[in-house]
Design a protein. Structure first.
Length: 324
């Protein structure tokens, strides 16, 4: 049943509300990690590279190809001594599906994040810690880089109590994670990212922009799709740009801010993907994803109504550069 809020939004947009039979699908949830003895071992010994490599092999057999590749890369990053590790990484990489068929919103985020990593590093041998990186799809966008995934529910490495020495990686990156962190814990989360990186932190995140109607948009997402992430957005308000600016100033960090994406395009794509999946039009959705990913990715950044901001917090000289 539509809530009064949604009825109000639709009526203001000129739509007539008609009752239809109830056939709402349950919201899609992230694919759970397999019940794995290797994952259980990782939870007890999260930095054991051989456990991650064995886990990658299990994932590969289960056709969880992006995560298998990310886990194999993680094992190499953690300095596994297994002789066949590099060969497995190559095998898993060759088995990956074409990234252009990924959901467009996801592809655009990962493309943007990987481009910023390449821009900041200039060195394809740099090491990257991907905190809260889901299934590790970012690894497929930066195959030349040393890559380590930290996603507790997926690969057993905590994203909030990072079990690495300080300065263990060149860069820490985090994509669409900060808004899910409780407000009081956000500064501590950023401190951890900063501590584990030698050169800096790259954030790609939605921020509060009043003219993009964030609260109304999120409530509409939740009402129509039932997405858990939308509910979390309501529980934890979007961060504000000034919070990152203040954080960078307090820690004498270089700060670069770039608008990323367009809020209206991103929102429309959420609904389009939801209804396409609900209708079973997966092949058609894949074709639309491929078209958007190959034709529109380079022209989507809006200065007026971005969907997110791409930020670099560098440990070099404090020099704030903002492009909004």
């Amino acid at each position: 049943m539509l809530t009064p809020f949604v009825r109000y939004v639709l009526s203001k947009s000129g739509y007539t509300i008609t009752k239809i039979p109830k056939h709402r699908c349950k919201a899609s949830a992230p694919e759970p990690a397999p019940s794995s003895r290797f994952l259980r071992k990782i939870l007890k010994d999260p930095l054991n590279p051989d456990f991650h490599l064995l886990y990658a092999e299990e994932l590969f057999k289960k056709k969880r190809l992006y995560l298998a590749y990310a886990e194999a890369k993680t094992a190499v990053s953690l300095a596994t001594e297994a002789k066949n590790a590099d060969a497995r990484v190559q095998t898993y990489r060759e088995a990956l599906p074409d990234t252009i068929t990924l959901d467009h919103n996801q592809y655009f985020r990962l493309f943007s994040l990987s481009a910023e990593i390449m821009h900041q590093s200039k060195n394809r041998s740099s090491s990257v810690l991907d905190v809260g990186g889901g299934q590790g799809e970012l690894a497929a966008f930066i195959p030349e880089y040393s890559y380590c995934l930290a996603e507790p529910a997926i690969n057993g490495i905590s994203g909030t109590a990072l079990p690495f020495p300080d300065n263990a990686f060149d860069y820490s990156v985090s994509c669409h994670v900060l808004e899910h962190i409780p407000v009081k814990s956000r500064e501590r989360f950023l401190d951890q990212l900063l501590a584990k990186s030698q050169k800096g932190v790259i954030l790609l995140n939605p921020f509060f922009i009043e003219k993009t109607c964030p609260d109304e948009r999120i409530r509409l997402f939740l009402e129509i799709t039932g997405a858990k992430w939308a509910e979390e957005h309501l529980d934890n308000p979007l961060p504000e740009i000034r919070e990152i600016q203040d954080y960078a100033a307090k820690r004498s960090l270089e700060l670069s801010i770039k608008p990323n994406g367009t809020s209206s395009t991103s929102a429309a794509y959420v609904f389009m993907s939801y209804f396409a999946e609900k209708a079973g039009q997966l092949k058609e959705l894949q074709a639309i994803n491929a078209f958007f990913n190959t034709r529109y990715t380079h022209i989507l950044n809006s200065h007026e109504s971005p969907n997110a901001y791409l930020m670099y917090l560098g440990k070099g000289q404090a020099n704030s550069r903002t492009s909004q």
